[in-house]
Design a protein around this ligand. Structure first.
Ligand code: ATP
Length: 289
């Protein structure tokens, strides 16, 4: 598959000065199932990389490979100048990589404040706890209002803010945000995106995995489009919309070709059945049916 890259004179995935994260020909698999094929792209430091593609394209697998939850079967992941391909997730996290996944990282039976306290103590000890809590509440006032509420009773959007608050207060070099807008009302998605922007303003590079392509492309400074586990576009966000539309058009074409093929084979089977009945041969379907 041809990778479109609009970087002048660039090779997709070649590490450049100012890139905080680089993937070079990364492949990954779940047992015998290969999910990524030679994935290469870079994340310029301080930017927002949109990782888009249709269902099953491999976006979450890329996110997991970058953060160490899935180990690449080939290729390299370079984070902040260091080869982290074979490091476990906790070591990559210690180097300054955060991973926020929809529906995870929030303890339902603890209050908002207990959730934050746990996260801040783990990362910075007791010293700055009060100061960090105040920072979290001033960035996301709704969390301050609900500090004594059980996290499990927060709305989906508020729970995602809670998981972002942990990252906002103790900044990471890179935050991988995986499908944070999933299932949220548009107005709540706005709040989550404002949270992401705030984290980016604080100096964290974002890799945002998203199905709502137009939404994330507005925020992005760099875009990567995946299809069937391969990169089909890497470059300026302005070119990604077109790449995605071309993909969708190809998918629709393939889907209607599939329907036509299925109809044709149904017709052929029916004709076959009629023929058997007519000949008195009685295949199983006509005999019983
Ligand atoms: P979605 O937006 O639907 O989550 P995605 O682009 O994030 O899709 P992935 O979740 O990375 O795609 O999945 C890529 C491929 O790997 C899919 O075919 C999926 O079925 C498969 N896959 C994902 N997770 C696993 C797993 N734990 N075990 C086996 N196969 C998996």
């Amino acid at each position: 598959m041809t990778v479109v890259t609009d970087r002048p004179g660039g090779t997709a995935g070649a590490a450049g000065v100012g890139d905080v994260l680089t993937l070079r020909n990364v492949s990954a698999a779940y047992g015998p199932y290969r999910a990524l094929f030679d994935v290469s792209f870079r994340a310029p430091a301080g930017g927002v990389v949109a990782l888009v593609g249709s269902n099953g394209a491999g976006k979450s697998t890329v996110a997991r490979t970058v953060t160490g939850l899935v180990t690449a079967s080939a290729g390299q992941v370079i984070f902040d100048g260091q080869d982290v391909t074979d490091l476990p997730a906790y070591k990559i996290a210690r180097l300054g990589m955060a991973h926020v996944v929809e529906g995870r990282g929030v303890f339902s039976s603890l209050t908002v404040e207990e959730n934050l306290t746990l996260a801040f103590r783990q990362r910075e000890g007791r010293g700055k706890l009060r100061e960090n809590l105040e920072r979290a509440y001033s960035a996301f006032p709704i969390l301050g209002e609900r500090r004594r509420q059980m996290a499990g009773t927060l709305s989906g959007g508020q729970q995602r803010l809670l998981s972002l608050a942990k990252v906002l207060v103790v900044p990471s070099k890179v935050l991988v945000a995986d499908e944070l807008s999933l299932g949220l009302a548009p107005v709540v998605v706005d709040t989550v995106y404002e949270g992401l922007e705030e984290i980016n303003r604080n100096g964290t590079t974002l890799v945002v995995v998203e199905q709502q392509v137009h939404r994330v492309l507005k925020l992005a400074t760099w875009a990567v489009v995946l299809e069937h586990g391969s990169v089909v576009y890497e470059g300026e966000p302005s070119g990604a919309g077109q790449a995605v539309e071309a993909l969708m058009a190809r998918r629709e074409e393939a889907a209607s070709a599939g329907v036509a093929e299925a109809e044709e084979s149904e017709r052929a089977e029916a004709a076959d059945g009629n023929l058997s009945e007519g000949q008195g041969g009685g295949n199983e379907r006509s005999a019983h049916g």
